[in-house]
Design a protein around this ligand. Structure first.
Ligand code: WQD
Length: 337
């Protein structure tokens, strides 16, 4: 199957592209390099021996997308291209709503125009559970008003996909709710290297560990959690990438619309992550406690039994692996700069 991966040069996208190629899929990438770098394409080729067709386009641009579909005729889409920082979205709601909705609408119009393409994997997020009533979270737990515009875009797009699936029985749609993707490729060639100061915890710790930033700001230690800091489900990006391939294989069985949590099933606090990182790398990570960050919830982590039972999805890696892989990637990046 030929698969269009939007945001395919990004953190999760690039790891998923490698996994797809190594699983025998033919991959096309559309990415406008808003939060990624063109040399990731060379690195994908170095890792897999294959250089996917690449289109430097904004996925909101229907004309450019139409040219891509006419030429490439993809049968499946994995849609990563979105803005994704919870904290940032609180201050940039218009940008987040416009970008995350318009990219999705453009792709859905293409699916209507090009009926060969009936498989759609949507990158959703644990943030759709809002402030959870309990943890771990199951797919049957209610979607709630998200605590940020970022999360709200995921809530609304999930509902749109469900409504579309009801009247397009020929579509196969997988909604994948990621928890917190971390880590890097074992080769050290791919990882999370956002432009500017990282919003997310692990790329920030990577920059502290390699001397680029002085210390970690821990956003709040007064949450109702064991040590007062935020608890999340940190999943290795390589496990997450494999989860996408398993979901695509599921779509080939024509299941209609399916929804899965992709996490480890374990919650880890900010202070625990810092300790795990120090243990994995042998590096002291300095931190300072700061006030809570707008949009954050105290705790969320996954019940992944549905993905395990229906996709055969299990995590091969743990938080230590991810901390060490992320550190090795950042060290290599700094040397190349
Ligand atoms: C994790 C914890 C912060 C930075 C992410 C992605 C989002 C979605 C869900 C996929 C929280 C704390 C963070 C820092 C800190 N993923 N923190 N200091 O907010 O859970 O959201 O996962 O769809 O796209 O953004 O991840 O890494 O920003 O925060 O103390 O400098 O670390 O308060 O408790 P988050 P995060």
């Amino acid at each position: 199957m030929k698969v269009l991966v939007t945001g395919g040069l990004g953190f999760i996208g690039s790891h998923t592209v490698c996994e797809l190629i190594e699983s025998g899929y033919d991959v096309v990438i559309a990415d406008n390099l808003y939060n990624s770098k063109i040399d990731v394409l060379d690195r994908i080729e170095k890792i897999t021996g294959v250089r996917p067709h690449f289109y430097n386009i904004n996925v909101q641009d229907k004309e450019a997308l139409d040219k891509l579909f006419a030429k490439e005729e993809p049968e499946g889409i994995i849609h990563f291209a979105a803005y994704k920082a919870v904290g940032e979205s609180v201050y940039k709601p218009l940008e987040y709503y416009e970008n995350n909705f318009d990219t999705t609408f453009a792709l859905l119009w293409m699916m209507r125009k090009y009926p060969k393409c009936k498989n759609f994997v949507f990158s959703s997020s644990a943030t759709i559970y809002g402030v959870p009533d309990h943890v771990p979270l199951k797919e049957t737990d209610p979607r709630k008003d998200a605590t940020s515009p970022y999360g709200e875009t995921k809530v609304v797009i999930e509902r749109i996909l469900e409504d579309i699936a009801k009247v397009n029985k020929e579509y196969n749609i997988a909604i994948l709710r990621y928890f917190n993707p971390i880590g890097a490729h074992k080769s050290g060639l791919l990882g999370e290297d956002p432009n500017g100061i990282p919003n997310n915890l692990l790329p920030y710790i990577n920059k502290v560990a390699t001397g680029v930033l002085p210390c970690v700001n821990v956003f709040g230690d007064d949450y109702p959690t064991p040590d007062g800091t935020g608890v999340r489900d940190y999943i290795h990006v390589l496990d997450l990438a494999r989860g996408h391939v398993l979901a695509l294989k599921k779509l080939e069985t024509n299941p209609g619309l399916v929804t899965y949590n992709l996490g480890t099933g374990k919650g880890t606090s900010v202070l625990e992550i810092i300790k795990d990182y120090e243990k994995a790398t042998g590096i002291k990570i300095n931190y300072v406690i700061k006030p809570r960050r707008a949009g954050d919830v105290a705790e969320n982590y996954a019940d992944c039994s549905k993905a395990k039972n229906e996709l055969g999805f299990t995590c091969k890696y743990n938080v230590f692996d991810a901390c060490l892989d992320g550190y090795n990637f950042q060290k290599k990046e700094n040397q190349n700069k």
